[in-house]
Write a protein that binds this ligand. Structure first.
Ligand code: SF4
Length: 196
């Protein structure tokens, strides 16, 4: 009955589709594109942790298992933690792709809660100034979002083995300034081509 795509493979990685909710509405969001990621990731109902775990199967056989999907995975922090703990026990290497606003949104120190559960946190930086971030990512949390994202990254550096900032190549974004921000914080930098 339920044909929802909860997990999907791209190359040698497995991706987990946790939610369609997000507190951003980015102009370059892949959800807005016709092609998407090649799977229909729209959910009729958000999956329970057990459903995701069942769908992930032998997660240890992938090079990496990534919480990603069509939304912000950390909007469902408890589900991410439960799934991550189980998949880690199956030998999976885990990454969370996030907009970095979960601590502000949930009113808790989320990186501390992810400690020992995930190996990498990839935070979408996407702008070199708070103003540019608001313009491109249109966060529901407004001007607080960008500084919160930077604080989130600093906190991740204390608790998570690998922290990456990603930036979508988009007109008006100063890529070199983004790279400098990453460098000054000791965070890896990854430039992504716009897909869509
Ligand atoms: S943060 Fe990610 S999921 Fe949310 S709107 Fe932006 S690109 Fe889409």
């Amino acid at each position: 009955m339920n044909r929802q795509v909860l997990t999907y493979e791209i190359g040698d990685r497995l991706y987990i589709n946790v939610t369609n909710r997000c507190c951003n509405n980015c102009v370059f969001c892949i959800r807005r594109t016709e092609k998407g990621v090649g799977y229909n990731l729209w959910l009729e109902k958000e999956p329970a942790a057990e459903e995701i775990i069942k769908s992930a199967g032998d997660a240890g056989r992938y090079s990496e298992v990534v919480f990603c999907g069509y939304g912000e995975p950390l909007m469902r922090l408890d589900v991410v933690k439960e799934v991550a703990a189980e998949l880690k026990s199956r030998g999976a290497v885990l990454r969370v792709n996030t907009n970095g606003q979960a601590s502000l949104q949930l009113g808790k120190n989320v990186p501390v809660e992810l400690r020992g559960l995930v190996d990498t946190v990839n935070i979408s930086l996407n702008a070199d100034t708070p103003e540019k971030y608001v313009e491109l990512c249109r966060p529901a949390l407004g001007a607080k979002a960008y500084p919160a994202l930077l604080d989130f990254a600093r906190e991740c550096k204390l608790h998570i083995p690998r922290v990456v900032f990603s930036v979508v190549q988009w007109p008006g974004v100063d890529i070199e300034k983004c790279r400098e921000i990453a460098h000054s914080m000791g965070v890896e930098f990854r430039l992504r081509k716009y897909s869509g």
